[in-house]
Design a protein around this ligand. Structure first.
Ligand SMILES: Nc1ncnc2c1ncn2[C@@H]1O[C@H](COP(=O)(O)OP(=O)(O)O)[C@@H](O)[C@H]1O
Ligand SMILES: [Mg+2]
Length: 233
C-alpha cells in the first residue's frame, strides 16, 4: 500500500440550486518521501483535494488513506489531531497573523506539536535571519511566503501540502521558495504535494497528477526529476 492513497474521492458542493462536483471520482497514490505535483487549470478541483488531504475539509464519499489510516472516516477531533501533528500547509496568500512577528507566527505552530523544530533556526534556514522580529506588513511577498513555509516546516510535518505556493511571487522569489519546499522531500524525507496550474514546474516532481474538471486525467512518474535551477517559466 502507498503512503497516501486516494480512492474514488468525490466532493460535491451545493450552492442554492447548483451542484458542483469539485472532485468526481479522484484516485491516485503518493509514496512516502515523494515530491508530487497536482497540475491543472483553475477550477479543476486541486485545492479541494489538497484541503481534504490536509484534514481541513471532508469529502462527500471515497477513501483517503494516509499511512494506513482512512482519514475520510475521522471525526472532527481526530481530524484536528491529524492536522496538528502530521500536516504542514502552505497557502497561496500566506495566511500569516498580521499582529504577530515572523518568529511569533512560527512559534504559534511549533508550540502545539511535540517534535517541533526551533522557530528561529527554521526562519534562518529559509533565509530570514534578518527578518525574525518583523511583522508581515514589513515583509515582501516572498519573505511572507518564506515565513509561511517556516511555519509549516517548523512543525516537522510528515506531509507538507502547498497550494500554489509561488502563485503570488515573482520568478526568482518563486524559484527560491520552490527550492525550500522541494528540500523538505529531498533532504528531510517529508512527503510533499504541491498544487499548481504552472506546467513548467512539473519536471521537478517525482510524480505529476493531472487534474481536469474534477477528475484525474493522467499520472506521470518521473524517475529523473529535474533540478529546480534547470526549470524556467
Ligand atoms: N466552498 C465552495 N462552495 C462551492 N463551490 C466550490 C467551493 N470550493 C470550490 N468550489 C468549486 O469547485 C470547483 C473546484 O474548485 P477548486 O478545488 O478550488 O479548484 P482549483 O484549486 O483547481 O482552482 C470550482 O468549480 C469551484 O468553484
Ligand atoms: Mg485552487
Amino acid at each position: 500500500m502507498s503512503y497516501i492513497e486516494v480512492r474514488h474521492n468525490f466532493k460535491k458542493y451545493q450552492t442554492g440550486d447548483t451542484e458542483v462536483l469539485a472532485n468526481n471520482d479522484v484516485s491516485f497514490s503518493v509514496e512516502k518521501g515523494e515530491l508530487a505535483i497536482i497540475l491543472g487549470a483553475s477550477g479543476a478541483g486541486k485545492s479541494t483535494i489538497l484541503n481534504i488531504l490536509g484534514g481541513m475539509d471532508t469529502n462527500t464519499s471515497g477513501d483517503v488513506i494516509i499511512d494506513g489510516q482512512n482519514i475520510a472516516k475521522y471525526n472532527k477531533r481526530q481530524l484536528t489531531t491529524y492536522r496538528r501533528n502530521d500536516i504542514g500547509f502552505v497557502f497561496q496568500f500566506y495566511n500569516l497573523i498580521q499582529n504577530l512577528t515572523a518568529k511569533e507566527n512560527v512559534e504559534l505552530a511549533s508550540e502545539i506539536v511535540k517534535d517541533a523544530l526551533d522557530p528561529v533556526q527554521t526562519l534562518i534556514d529559509v533565509g530570514l535571519q534578518k527578518r525574525i522580529n518583523n511583522f508581515p506588513a514589513e515583509l515582501s511577498g516572498g519573505e511572507q511566503q518564506r515565513v509561511a513555509i517556516a511555519r509549516a516546516i517548523a512543525k516537522n510535518p510528515k506531509i507538507l501540502l502547498c497550494d500554489e505556493p509561488t502563485g503570488a511571487l515573482d520568478y526568482e522569489t518563486g524559484k527560491s521558495v520552490l527550492q525550500i519546499i522541494a528540500n523538505m522531500s529531498r533532504e528531510k524525507g517529508a512527503t510533499v504535494i504541491i498544487v499548481t496550474h504552472n506546467s513548467t514546474i512539473a519536471p521537478i516532481a517525482d510524480r505529476v497528477i493531472h487534474f481536469h474538471d474534477g477528475q484525474v486525467t493522467q499520472i506521470e512518474q518521473n524517475p529523473n526529476p529535474e533540478a529546480i535551477a534547470n526549470v524556467k517559466w
